[in-house]
Design a protein around this ligand. Structure first.
Ligand SMILES: [Fe+2]
Length: 267
C-alpha cells in the first residue's frame, strides 16, 4: 500500500506570505503533484502545524481545499494550532473520548495511530502526552496485537542536535517509551515539528521526519541569516509491502525540464 505524509504546512489567512514563501501556494502545488503522480495513495496525513497563527480563516481555507480532494486526509495538530478552534472548523475529524485529536485507522496491511502531542496553553511550543492521551495510546497498542502498527506524532520525544528545536521537543519521554512497550509490532514512527528530514533510531524504535512545506530549520543556526532557511520542501511517499517499509522524500518543486543537450559528465 501507499500513503502520503505531509507536515508543518503553516497556513496563514488570505493566502499570505510567511518567512519568504506562500504556504497556501506550497500546499496547492503539493496536492497537484500528489494527484498527478500518486493518486493511488490510500490516504494522506498532515502531522501538525496546520496553521501558523491558529486563524479560523486558515483552517477554513484548508477545509474547503481538502473537500474537493479525492484522497482521504487525516489531520493532526501541532504547537502552532489551537485544538478547540480546529475542532470547531473540523467537527468531523475524529477525536478520542477525552476530546484530544487522536484517532486510529485500520487498513488491510496495518494500523495507523495519530497522536495529539499539543501541550495545553497559548504560545506553548513544547509537547506533552498527558496520562489520558497515553492511556488511549496503550489501549490502541494492546488492541492492535500483532498487526503491523505505525504511529504519527508532531513532537519527537528526543533531541536531534538542533538546540532551539530540542528545547521544544516532547517532554515525558520515559512515560511515552513505557507506553510503547504495550505494542507488539510497532514498525515505524513518523513525526513533524523539526522542519528537517531526519532518520532516528531511539530505544530500538525507528523514526523519520520531513521538511515543512514552507520554511526549514537550518542544521547549523549560524549558517543562515535569520531563524529559518530556504531548503526545498518535500512530502513523503510511503510504501508498505509485507516486511518492507520504504519512505521517499519527494522534493516536488524541483521539476526541471530535461536539458536539450546532455552535458558530457551527465549521470
Ligand atoms: Fe512547524
Amino acid at each position: 500500500m501507499k500513503f502520503i505524509h505531509i507536515s508543518d504546512i503553516h497556513l496563514v489567512s488570505n493566502d499570505g506570505p510567511l518567512n519568504g514563501s506562500f504556504p497556501s501556494e506550497r500546499l496547492e502545488k503539493c496536492l497537484d503533484d500528489i494527484l498527478k503522480w500518486h493518486a493511488d495513495a490510500e490516504f494522506c496525513v498532515i502531522s501538525g502545524d496546520l496553521s501558523e497563527f491558529a486563524e479560523k480563516e486558515a483552517y477554513q481555507w484548508l477545509k474547503n481545499r481538502l473537500q474537493e480532494f479525492p484522497i482521504p486526509f487525516f489531520l493532526m495538530i501541532g504547537n502552532h494550532d489551537d485544538r478547540d478552534l480546529f475542532q470547531t472548523v473540523f467537527p468531523d475529524n475524529q477525536s478520542d473520548q477525552n476530546n484530544f485529536v487522536q484517532t486510529s485507522i485500520e487498513t488491510r496491511e496495518a494500523i495507523f495511530l495519530f497522536l495529539d502531542t499539543k501541550k495545553q496553553g497559548k504560545n506553548v511550543h513544547d509537547g506533552e502526552l498527558c496520562e489520558k492521551r497515553l492511556a488511549w495510546l496503550k489501549r490502541q497498542l494492546i488492541d492492535a496485537g500483532a498487526k503491523q502498527t505505525y504511529l504519527f506524532m508532531h513532537h519527537p520525544p528526543f533531541e536531534i542536535g538542533i538546540p532551539y528545536m530540542d528545547k521544544i521537543r516532547l517532554f515525558g519521554a520515559e512515560q511515552f517509551l513505557s507506553s510503547l512497550l504495550h505494542g507488539e509490532n510497532i514498525r515505524h514512527i513518523f513525526f513533524g515539528h523539526v522542519h528537517r528530514t531526519t532518520f532516528v533510531k531511539w530505544h530500538g524504535y525507528t523514526f523519520s521526519s520531513l521538511t515543512s512545506l514552507n520554511h526549514q530549520s537550518p542544521l547549523v543556526a549560524e549558517s543562515v541569516e535569520g531563524e529559518f532557511c530556504d531548503e526545498p520542501p518535500a512530502y513523503g511517499v510511503v510504501l508498505i509491502d509485507g516486511e518492507q517499509l520504504t519512505v521517499h522524500f519527494n522534493n516536488y518543486l524541483d521539476r526541471k525540464p530535461l536539458h536539450q543537450t546532455q552535458p558530457d559528465n551527465a549521470l
